[in-house]
Design a protein around this ligand. Structure first.
Ligand code: UT7
Length: 331
């Protein structure tokens, strides 16, 4: 088996920023409620002339340039998203925009766990020797799928993209130390963008057509699920990698709610200064939140080579998963 490591990262957010005070002018909410219940202060929203692939391409190009690679060096693109511009997938459009003509490309739809699942998928192709350079992207624009008059959901989400290049390690050293993935489809109704059918018939032909509704979430249930299942998943993953909690340099969770980040850290005995958090600036960017925070933490000099990072995603599905990586990127 070959070893895999993260070569470089990149990220992108839209320019338009909406803070809590602006939201409270049109919605029955307040900066105080949003800040204390979630930690979010503002979120970025994609302009109407832009698409998710523009954002994903910007993050990908930064990761390529940081990794000193050309787009044509990429063998595989995995785009984790649940807000693609085309139901058939957006990865091929991304391939075309960045000019990665030698890459095959596909989407993974697993909401806020998407990046962790995509990273685990990428390592399979690398470890078996099938591909050498894999571009893994997490991108979501849930601002287009929330009901902006529903204060329970719209205040939470923002748009963004993050990318990582996963590469075969020439020394066969493996920096993706372990992963652990889970799904509980029985609870899928707690967080969903449901399809609503309309039944029609023309003569003897009965058919159904419909459209997607706005995002719906049972916040309390998802909160309880996150703070109970994520610590268990992390514990299992640490055990697999034979790593003690004290050896963890950073805890990087999906940026859903600052209270979730702190509760999970507390349950695991990880001190709060090891939590990576940028939720106040971007809100919940779904599949983008982990690679966006990872890239920012590295670019700002927090993460250093040799650090052990515990990464966990959780959300719709319900899905959740952890991966533990040793940081070893191009500096
Ligand atoms: O990315 C996928 C993963 N997602 C998550 O992990 C989200 C998990 N859930 C959460 O983070 C929290 O449940 C929320 C932040 C969504 C909600 O916080 P909460 O502390 O669970 O609040 P709640 O839903 O119990 O609502 C408490 C009160 C309610 O009023 P009543 O019924 O007590 O009178 C809500 O109507 O707060 C009210 N409320 C609001 N008030 C002002 C709900 N949303 C708002 C709002 N502004 N935006």
């Amino acid at each position: 088996m070959k070893g895999s490591h993260i070569l470089s990262t990149g990220s992108a957010v839209p320019n338009i920023s909406i803070d809590n005070v602006s939201l409270s002018k049109t919605l029955n909410t307040s900066d105080e409620w949003i800040s204390t219940r979630t930690g979010i202060k503002q979120r970025r929203i994609l302009g109407k002339s832009q698409s998710i692939t523009d954002l994903a391409a910007e993050a990908s190009n930064k990761a390529l340039s940081n990794g000193l690679l050309q787009a044509t060096d990429i063998d595989l693109i995995i785009l984790a998203t649940s807000s693609q511009h085309d139901l058939f997938g957006s990865a091929s459009k991304l391939q075309a925009i960045i000019g990665a003509k030698n890459a095959i490309a596909f989407d993974i739809t697993a909401a806020c766990s998407g990046f962790v699942i995509a990273l685990a998928t990428a390592t399979q192709f690398i470890e078996t020797g099938t591909y050498k350079n894999v571009l893994v992207v997490g991108a979501d624009i849930l601002s287009r799928w929330v009901d902006w008059s529903d204060r329970r959901t719209c205040i939470l989400f923002g748009d963004g993209a993050g990318a990582a290049i996963v590469q075969t390690d020439t020394g066969n050293k493996n920096d993706i130390l372990s992963f652990q993935l889970n799904t509980n489809g029985l609870a899928s109704n707690h967080l969903s963008i449901p399809y609503r059918k309309n039944y029609s018939n023309t003569g003897s032909i009965h058919y159904s057509s419909g459209r997607y509704s706005y995002l719906t979430m049972n916040g309390k249930e998802v909160y309880k699920f996150a703070v109970s299942q994520v610590p268990e998943s992390i514990k299992k993953c640490l055990e697999k990698a034979d790593i003690c909690t004290k050896d963890i340099s950073w805890l990087l969770l999906h940026q859903a709610n600052q209270r979730i980040l702190e509760t999970v850290a507390l349950k695991l005995g990880i001190p709060s200064h090891k939590i990576i958090s940028n939720i106040q600036y971007y809100g919940n960017t779904s599949a983008a939140s982990i690679p966006l925070a990872l890239d920012e933490a590295f670019q700002s000099g927090h993460i250093c080579n040799g650090d052990i990072i515990v990464i966990a995603g959780f959300g719709a599905g319900l899905t959740w998963g952890t991966t533990i990586i040793k940081w070893n990127v191009i500096e």
